[in-house]
Design a protein around this ligand. Structure first.
Ligand SMILES: Cc1ncc(COP(=O)(O)O)c(C=O)c1O
Length: 464
């Protein structure tokens, strides 16, 4: 389906959106695609392919949506943006502008967040492998530290005992929920209790603020279960004279890339080996057509029962507990698109077609996880186009047969050709720059920040 036609130096530019896994688009991005597809050709000509265009206004909208759910439920909250989801500086600035904190997993993420102006006491450090330099910087800055293990507790204690400055460490203890008993993250009940006892002895060094957990998957109910489990330790800590005031439930709020019905239809009818170049259907995917938005997920979490007579929201209020969240992907929903320029279309011996683009699977990385990005790219073609529909899988400049952007055979309503663009929508969450590198010495893809200057017109500047 062609949604727009414009003229650039007498060349007709057309936008073709797929019928199958048609991406949901933010209104501003859709507007740019509809009214100025040639702008994207210009930007790629100037800045190279692939090109990541980042839209910080989406971050602000996503944050507001979660805040309004939390406020409707009248709970005290802290939101820490999971900075691991995307490397754009402008999204850290968006976190600062929204007044939320940042979840940092390395000293480098910490420095970047501070450079963006996020106050140090609104940083929360997660991850089990913190270095001594990272610990030292976190303590010095007054940031919150999620202690992952007895071993980490010991390292932190040693550092604090030998410190010269009087600053105390602010600490959450990471709980390992029963549902992930063999995970390498967090502590089980006995280690948690040992830490609580230690904390009663180290009040001079450590301010204990509460508990943290993060779970894989995207269910609100698994978080509600882990929340009920960890709440027992709030009671235990209070009985020991400690004063926990926060439960941090980590991230994992879902985002919706595709309309749920279209996604379900695809899974039911079209997700067969014949739709993949390698004839193999991946075993697992992100739930691209999530039934819940992040706000609905959060509502269901807050309204889950804590006990037969109390919801989680009621428990939080009654016990003066701050609910902390560390959303990564869900705060960057619709915050970027990735634009690839097609270099060539090649017919293979089995009569299938491959489209080569400038770029690689490192900039659209799900095949690296034996999975697929189940969102169809949008084709911007510089006509004249052959109106013949065709199917192709998409590869970049990598030298391995299986290292491709998608094994899935994408249906195109017209035949793409050299110079046309493929737009991957909604790539900000762990997609566009998670694995990028300089393979074959191709420079790293550029990131450009979109800012609205006049009604519907965007200016793009480099993201540093
Ligand atoms: C501790 C922690 N917090 C938050 C996140 C962010 O998760 P998501 O992007 O799914 O919201 C992660 C992701 O792995 C994490 O490990």
């Amino acid at each position: 389906m062609s949604i727009a036609t414009t003229r650039l130096n007498e060349v007709r530019t057309e936008v073709h959106i797929s019928h199958m896994l048609n991406p949901l688009l933010d209104a501003s991005i859709a507007q740019l695609l509809h009214s100025q597809p040639d702008k994207l050709l210009e930007l790629v000509a100037q800045h190279g392919s692939p090109l990541n265009l980042v839209w910080p206004h989406a971050f602000a909208l996503n944050t507001c949506a979660l805040q309004s759910v939390l406020e409707q439920h009248e709970v005290q909250y802290s939101i820490f943006y999971g900075a691991k989801a995307n490397k754009s500086h402008c999204l850290l600035e968006a976190a600062k502008a929204s007044g939320i904190g940042v979840d940092v997993s390395s000293i480098y993420e910490m420095r970047a967040a501070l450079r963006a102006g996020v106050p140090a006491d609104q940083l929360c450090a997660t991850g089990p492998a913190k270095t001594q330099d990272f610990h030292r910087a976190l303590v010095h800055a007054g940031a919150l530290i999620c202690v992952d293990s007895l071993e980490e507790f010991d390292h932190l204690k040693t550092l604090l005992e030998t410190r010269v400055e009087a600053t105390k460490a602010r600490v959450l203890l990471r709980y390992r929920p029963k549902s992930c008993a063999t995970s390498r993250f967090g502590m089980g009940p006995s280690d948690l209790l040992v830490c609580l006892h230690l904390l009663t002895r180290f009040r001079a060094f450590i301010d204990f603020e509460g508990f943290h957990f993060h779970l894989g998957g995207y269910g609100f109910d698994s978080r509600a279960q882990a929340f009920r489990e960890v709440a027992d330790f709030i009671d235990a800590a209070r009985e020991m004279g400690l004063n926990p005031s926060m439960i941090d439930i980590g991230g994992g709020l879902p985002i919706r890339y595709i309309e749920p019905q279209a996604y379900e239809r695809f899974l039911q009818n079209d997700n067969t080996p014949s739709h993949y170049y390698n004839q193999s259907v991946p075993k697992s995917y992100y739930p691209y057509g999530s039934n819940l938005t992040a706000s609905q997920w959060l509502t269901l979490f807050l309204e889950s029962s804590f006990s037969p007579r109390q919801s989680i929201a009621q428990y939080l209020k009654a016990n003066r507990i701050i609910l902390a969240l560390e959303p990564g992907r869900s705060l960057v929903d619709q915050a970027a698109i990735s634009v690839f320029r097609i270099t060539r279309s090649k017919k293979l011996a089995n009569n299938k077609t491959v489209l080569f683009v400038e770029g690689s699977s490192f900039s659209a990385c799900e095949t690296w996880f034996a999975s697929e990005y189940l969102v169809d790219p949008i084709l911007i073609s510089t006509a004249p186009t052959s109106a013949t529909p065709m199917q192709a899988y998409i590869a970049g400049h990598s030298c391995l047969d299986d290292d491709v952007i998608t094994q899935r055979l994408i249906n195109f309503t017209v035949s793409p050709k050299a110079g046309d663009l493929l737009i991957y929508a909604n790539t900000a969450g762990y997609q566009m720059d998670l694995l990028e590198n300089e393979f074959h010495r191709h420079p790293l893809p550029r990131r450009m920040v979109a800012t609205c200057c006049t009604q519907g017109n965007y200016a793009f500047s480099p993201d540093y």
